[in-house]
Design a protein around this ligand. Structure first.
Ligand code: UD1
Length: 351
């Protein structure tokens, strides 16, 4: 793995592997290299330092994925693992997957079966290709299991739950116990600000699209803490789009416990992140997703997430009242990592 959401998923898996006394080699591709997108997650979530760091950095899709792939063969042949476990849908996921199948190592994909059905997204290419290459698809939800079955992958798919629930519940409890308030640290009133993250290629690469999204944030009725991903900062500068004005309070990306504290204390979230949509739902904070579709359809069905794209849609969605409470747990109960590790052990020949 190598990108921010993967470090969050790695944390509970690493803990579960250690609890079962399994040797675990962590390979960081270097896709994300800014400390706030990488190092802070290892520190806060108590993940051991990577055993191998490929130091690949940024680049076009082919260049970035290819640079990882070129180095992964040697890594796998050095450690000769029983399983190669890849996470999510980034270019790091695809590189790990391709290397494993080509060298005949057993491949497991964690967070398998998600689909946006938008074939222009790099994440959609990565997740479809990885699911079809994998020997074992570890799915987070029933909906994901359904997608895998429809693609002929039912026999190699197992529903384990969502590992992001595991880590979120642990961090939420620690944040509550510590009484941390993000609002106070930046002089805002609790429950009277929004949290926003925008970074996807579909939203940042087109100047008009980016300007409309940023303008809709400026026009909201409460301060909007815009947690600026490096891609957003770089693209806004290149397009001449200002990340300030109106309600926007520009802020650097947050470490994971601070992000959870900020979300818990907010009036709502406006995002194009996959993880944050679910985190908002699990914390019961209304989410507005700036995309035309989402993989996390359960959050929409239960009323806690709304898709919005134009300035008017984003404004109306962000200011809507919270949905009705629900007892349903589409993302499991916080024990997915142990289930995933148990499945890997059960399916290892000779174990
Ligand atoms: C990647 C994932 C995306 C995930 C996101 C989480 C792919 C195709 N995309 O998107 O699924 O939601 O991570 O953050 O794998 N950059 C930096 N510093 C960094 C990392 C990136 O400045 O540490 C800048 C560079 O200008 C780079 C750009 O961000 O060109 C894009 O980075 P990249 O890793 O290609 O994709 P993300 O947009 O971060």
């Amino acid at each position: 793995m190598g990108a921010r959401p993967q470090f969050v998923k790695l944390a509970p898996i690493d803990k579960a592997l250690r609890a079962k006394d399994i040797d675990h080699i962590i390979v960081h591709t270097g896709q994300h290299y800014d400390p706030m997108l990488s190092d802070v997650f290892f520190e806060d979530l108590k993940i051991p330092a990577p055993d191998v760091h490929l130091g690949v950095g940024s680049g076009g899709h082919g260049q970035q994925t290819g640079a990882m792939l070129a180095q992964m063969d040697e890594v796998l042949n050095t450690y000769k693992p029983d399983w190669v476990l890849v996470y999510g849908d980034t270019n790091s996921t695809l590189a790990g997957a391709l290397s494993a199948v080509k060298l005949h190592y057993r491949l497991a994909h964690l967070e398998a079966g998600l689909r946006s059905f938008n074939r222009s997204m790099p994440e959609e290419h990565n997740r479809v290709l990885t699911d079809h290459a994998a020997d074992l698809c570890l799915a987070p939800t029933e909906v994901a299991m359904g997608h895998l079955a429809r693609e002929g992958l039912a026999a190699r798919s197992v529903l384990v739950g969502d590992v992001m629930t595991d880590v979120l519940f642990q961090v939420r409890d620690a944040v509550v116990a510590a009484g941390d308030s993000f609002a106070e640290t930046i002089d805002l009133e609790a429950r009277n600000y929004y949290v926003s993250t925008i970074h996807r290629a579909e939203n940042t690469d087109d100047p008009d699209r980016l300007e409309e999204i940023i303008d809709s944030l400026r026009a909201l009725d409460r301060p909007v803490v815009l947690l600026a991903h490096p891609r957003l900062v770089a693209k806004a500068a290149a397009h001449g789009v200002s990340l300030s004005g109106g309600s926007i309070v520009l802020h650097e990306p947050l470490a994971y416990p601070q992000l959870i504290a900020a979300t818990m204390g907010s009036a709502g979230v406006i995002t194009d992140s996959g993880g944050l949509q679910k985190e908002a739902f699990l914390l019961r904070v209304p989410c507005t997703t700036v995309r035309f579709e989402t993989e996390w359809v359960e959050t929409i069905a239960l009323g806690w997430n709304v898709l919005a794209n134009t300035k008017d849609e984003i404004r109306a969605a962000a200011m809507r009242p919270a949905a009705a409470e629900t007892e349903l747990k589409p993302y499991g109960d916080g024990a997915a990592a142990l289930e995933a590790v148990r499945t890997l052990i059960d399916l290892t020949p000779g174990e």
